[in-house]
Design a protein around this ligand. Sequence first.
Ligand code: ZN
Length: 93
Amino acid sequence: MTHDPDRNQNAPDSDQDARLYVPSNDVENINVAVKTSSSKEYCFSKFPGQDHFHLLMHGEVHVTNGHDMYCVECAFRHGFLTRDRLNWQYQKR
Ligand SMILES: [Zn+2]
């Protein structure tokens, strides 16, 4: 039995997989994309206490909300992505 300290940060059960979900009330606005252009594009958010925006890398998986782009990290923070497969059960519209 292996013990991975990163494993239970976000999920109560140990069979967490890598699948990600968009909460059901955002599902019409949120898209997941891969950055294919080499132009400099930035995440529309930044971490609290940081004064710079995150540069999206070529090939980076990111989240779009209309014309706004977010890195996966910020998309989690804003609740655009979740690892909770059953999120629709307790989210009200
Ligand atoms: Zn970001």
